[in-house]
Design a protein around this ligand. Structure first.
Ligand code: KIV
Length: 272
């Protein structure tokens, strides 16, 4: 397996497809605001996903369903203002593309126009193919999302691993092929068995980005609050925590409170 890493000044959808061809893994993280996006972009991330997980981690909703198109645009435009190199991908939120391809096109155009983002992501396969095709006719790059699709949580009932059974796995494989044929530039596979994800990634030419889908895919994505350890109550098996920010931040806030209460802050040097 090649570990070649070409230098890209700017990441485009073409760069991502080239990375897959060259065997270079794609690194993607979510971000929802200017300051975080700036750090992530400077670190060299390939793709920032302005995910509708903002509904959970930024707004405190239980699901991704309540977030609106205007709220996604607010988050996406903050991220776009911060970045210099990475590709910015934005989720079309629940209710803005399902069952109405005209509405889907309008939603995607609104996101692209008002946020300055580079591509959109939609959840689902055959059932949303008309919406995907129509968005693509406007020259807007589309990424698919299969497996656990959180906008359908009330259909699934739980956030457990998807496509463990033959029938669902077969549909997923067909949907992945269809998304490639429609012209999607990539695909997120969420919480599916690693062997199935590897098979899908090997069967299509567009990059497959996994979350809880093992190491046989073309790249990985994590929700930034989870990988930084800010959401310490969320512990799925697939999650690798790179920091324990909950503990770090909690300690800093406690220290600040103590310093203020004890009159230690501000010191003589910290005043005018
Ligand atoms: O909204 C999101 O953060 C996502 C990722 C989990 C892939 O869609």
């Amino acid at each position: 397996m090649s570990t070649a890493k070409k230098e890209y000044k700017r990441i485009t959808v073409k760069s991502l497809i080239e990375m897959k061809k060259n065997g270079e893994k794609i690194a993607m993280l979510t971000a929802y605001d200017y300051s975080m996006a700036k750090i992530v972009d400077h670190a060299g991330i390939d793709v920032i996903l302005v995910g509708d997980s903002a509904s959970n981690v930024m707004a405190g909703h239980e699901t991704t369903l309540p977030i609106t198109l205007d709220q996604m645009i607010y988050h996406a435009s903050s991220v776009v203002r911060a970045i210099e190199r990475c590709l910015v991908l934005v989720d079309l939120p629940f209710g803005t593309y399902q069952g109405n391809s005209r509405k889907a096109l309008e939603s995607a155009i609104k996101i692209m126009k008002e946020s300055g983002a580079h591509a959109v992501k939609l959840e689902g396969g055959a059932e949303i193919s008309e919406s995907i095709s129509r968005i693509l006719t406007a020259g807007i790059p589309v990424m698919g999302h299969l497996g656990l699709t959180p906008q359908s949580i009330y259909k699934f009932g739980t956030y457990t691993v998807r496509a463990k059974e033959e029938e669902e796995a077969e549909k997923l494989k067909k949907d992945a092929k269809l998304l490639e044929e429609l012209g999607c530039f990539g695909l997120v596979l969420e919480k599916v068995p690693a062997t199935l994800a590897k098979e899908v990634a090997e069967s299509i030419s567009i990059p497959v980005i996994g979350i809880g889908a093992g190491n046989g895919v073309d790249g990985q994505v994590l929700v930034i609050h989870d990988m930084l350890g800010m959401t310490h109550e969320f512990n799925p098996r697939f999650l690798r925590r790179y920091l324990d920010l909950y503990t770090e931040m909690n300690g800093a806030f406690k220290q600040y409170i103590d310093d203020v209460k004890s009159r230690d802050f501000p010191s003589d040097k910290e005043q005018y």
